[in-house]
Each structure stands twice: as C-alpha cells, then as structure tokens.
Design a protein around this ligand. Structure first.
Ligand code: NAD
Ligand code: DAU
Length: 341
C-alpha cells in the first residue's frame, strides 16, 4: 500500500541520501521532507527531486509544535523517520544547549504529533555513540543492542536522552517505534566539517590535515547508502519496540583513513598535522550487526575500498556543492576550531 512518509532532516547528509533512496525504490510513496535548514542543511542538495509530484519540502523546526502539528494534520503521515539533529561532536563541546533542544525536545514534539495523528511507525535515527567507547586493546569487544548506554559528549548524551524517551513512548503510550543505532557514515553530501570530507577538501587545497591526538582512534565506517537500506528494512520488516544496531565490521584508525585519502588524491603525507585532541575523545566504536543481519537479512553492500573511491570521485565532480559551503560561515567555524589548535 502506498505510504506517506515524513522525513525530518532530509536536507542533511544521511537524510538526503535516504530521500533519494526512497523516491527511487518506492515511486508510489509520498515523501515529505521537514527541515529547518540549519548550517548543516542545504536545499540545493535536494534540487533534483524538488519538482517531483510525490515530494514536498517544508522548512520548519522540529521543536516548533504548531508547525509540526499543522504539517501532520495536513499530510496524515503513515510513517515518520527522524534524522533531524545537531550532529557534530565538536560543536556540542562548544555549545551543548542547542543539542539538548533539537535532539531531545524536537524528538518529543515529533512523537507527540505521531501519537495524536496515529502514525503506524515512528523511527528514530540514532547512533552507536550512545554506547560510549571501547578500549583500543580489546578488539574482541563490540557494541550489541544490550550494551549499556554510557555516553561521553553532549552530542551523544542528547542522542541517548532521545532514545530513552522514544522507548518510554513505546512502553507508556504504545507508540509504535523503532530505533536504529548506526556507526560512522561516509559518502556524497557529507558536510565538510566531518573527518572524511574535511580531509578531502583540505588535501585538494594543499592545506594541513588536522588529525586529533595521535590519530589512533578507531571508527567503524559504513557507506551511507547501506545505512539508508538498513532503515528501509527496519521500516518494512523490523519489529516495533526494537533497537537495531547498524554497521559493517569496517574498523579503521583515523590516521589510516587520512593516509588513504592522501594516496587516492596523490597528495603528500607531509600535509598531515597532529593537533590538540578532542576533549573526552571516544577511543573506538565497533558495531555487532548480528541482530539486523539475522532478523532482517540486511548486510552492507559497499566495501570501504570501493566506497572511499566513489566518495572522493563525488567530491571531485561536485566541487560547487562543497566549495559554496566552505566559502560561507564555515570559514569562521574553521578558524575558531582549528585556528590555534
Ligand atoms: P547532518 O548534520 O548532516 O544533517 C542534519 C539535518 O537536520 C540538517 O539538514 C539540518 O538542517 C536538520 N536539522 C537540524 N536541526 C533541526 C531542527 N531543529 N528542525 C529541523 N531540522 C533540523 O546530520 P547527518 O550526519 O545526516 O545525521 C543525520 C542523523 O543520523 C542524526 O540524527 C545523527 O545523529 C544520526 N547519525 C549520523 C551518523 C553519521 O555518521 N553522520 C551516524 C549515525 C547516526
Ligand atoms: O559514530 C556515529 C557518529 O559519527 C555520528 O553519530 C555523528 O553524528 C558523526 O558526526 C560521527 O561522529 P564522529 O565524532 O566519529 O565523527 P567526526 O567525523 O567528527 O570524527 C571522526 C574521527 O576523526 C574522530 O575520532 C575525530 C577525528 N577527527 C575529526 C575531525 C573533524 C580528526 O582527527 N580531525 C578532524 O578534523
């Protein structure tokens, strides 16, 4: 049966890739994107779908009850997928307040509207960061859905707060929820404040590549399309009230990622500069994806070696997209975060 899906945060990195995936795979679904267009949201990202008859873009804040309830009244969505969030750990260390507001109170507003208008599924896009970190010298340890919540940054704490609220709305009000907790994504439309696109942009400009600490921190990378397919599988086959971890056993130390980018772009490793570490820097993330694989048959399709090449090619072919970003207010951000680091 055709569905109407409200996708919040669809002008950001993962949300936009999800919008493209859904419009492509389910041409009879109606996709309504609700996005505040913060510094991280970019309407030009959605340009190719803005005129589709089954797509609608609405500029609004998920914390704005009136706007959210009016949209739900008008669209009567079957499904809500919440990507909207403040997503950058470094910014949360500078200014936690907006993270608590958007990530927790915005989630509450969306769930209140979902209750009132009787949606059949509310899906919360969460993160592996809610589990805190794992030691570098215990490669046998992984995050499962049973791993206790144990956060490190204001960002991850706000995401964990939202997850707890989502599970409370399930138990207390019977709201039909699901949660996905994914590892680090990479791919097209990744905002250039994050590791991979930042290093690509700096390397292309022969600028220093600022690696925090010793570069030994480990992240578990997943190509963004694979994350979108996992959410699709959870929406269509997942069990209500459940949490699903999403990841593909692709752990890499930051320094190795930066070296790969240098090699792919033909740039010297001498650009690498070790800078002051992130406060409270999580050491290692590593997802155990057994549950989503065994229950829903989801597996990642893109290997890192191919995904990173595709991603670099995308940044080379779409310079206008990211150059417009780094020429704007991003310059002040960069100066503040990296100026005397
Ligand atoms: P992003 O920062 O690229 O995009 C966030 C989007 O949300 C932007 O379009 C922004 O305008 C919008 N937004 C922010 N505040 C809003 C508000 N108050 N109302 C409406 N819209 C608002 O983020 P991303 O990397 O695409 O992450 C999307 C989601 O996935 C987040 O919830 C994040 O926690 C989660 N996640 C991200 C990763 C990752 O590696 N990037 C991994 C796991 C989970
Ligand atoms: O694990 C999922 C999370 O991944 C998501 O929930 C977050 O929204 C997303 O931003 C990402 O968080 P990270 O902090 O892991 O991503 P980031 O790209 O900021 O950093 C990746 C690693 O690279 C981290 O160990 C810090 C390091 N780093 C980052 C930047 C921006 C550097 O060494 N230098 C940098 O300039």
């Amino acid at each position: 049966m055709p569905k109407t899906i409200i996708v919040t945060g669809g002008a950001g990195f993962i949300g936009s890739n999800f919008v493209f995936h859904m419009l492509d795979k389910y041409p009879d679904y109606r996709i309504v994107c609700l996005d505040k267009l913060t510094y991280a949201g970019n309407l030009s990202t959605l340009e190719s779908v803005l005129n589709k008859p089954n797509f609608r873009f609405v500029k609004a804040d998920i914390c704005d009850r009136e706007a959210v309830f009016a949209l739900f009244e008008e669209e009567r969505p079957d499904v809500v997928v919440n990507f909207a969030a403040e997503s950058h750990v470094d910014r949360s260390i500078e200014d936690p307040g907006i993270f608590l507001k958007t990530n927790i109170l915005g989630t509450q507003t969306l769930m209140d509207a979902s209750r009132k208008f009787g949606v059949e599924r509310y899906h919360q896009v969460s993160t592996d960061e809610v589990y805190g970190d794992l030691p570098l010298d215990r490669p046998d340890l992984f995050f499962t859905e049973e791993t206790p919540i144990h956060t490190s940054s204001p960002y991850s704490s706000s995401k964990a707060g939202a997850d707890l609220l989502v599970l409370a709305y399930y138990r207390t009000f019977g709201l039909p929820v699901t949660i996905s907790r994914c590892s680090n994504n990479y791919g097209p439309y990744h905002f250039p404040e994050k590791l991979i696109p930042l290093m690509i942009a700096n390397a292309l400009a022969d600028k220093p590549l600022p690696v925090y600490g010793k570069g030994e921190n480990v992240r578990d990378w997943l190509y963004v399309e694979d994350h979108c397919k996992a959410i699709d599988a959870i929406l269509h086959k997942g069990r209500v009230g459940e949490v699903y971890n999403v990841g593909g056993h692709n752990e890499m130390a930051n320094i190795d990622i930066v070296k790969i980018i240098c090699r792919e772009l033909g740039k010297p490793e001498s650009l690498i500069t070790f800078v002051t570490d992130r406060k409270g820097h999580d050491l290692r993330y590593a997802i155990d994806p057994t549950k989503i694989r065994d229950e829903l048959g989801w597996q990642p399709e893109t290997k890192f070696a191919d995904g990173v090449k595709k991603t670099i090619r995308w940044y080379l072919d779409n310079e206008a997209w990211w150059k417009a970003i780094i020429a704007g207010e991003y310059r002040d951000y960069y100066e503040k975060m990296y100026g005397d680091r």
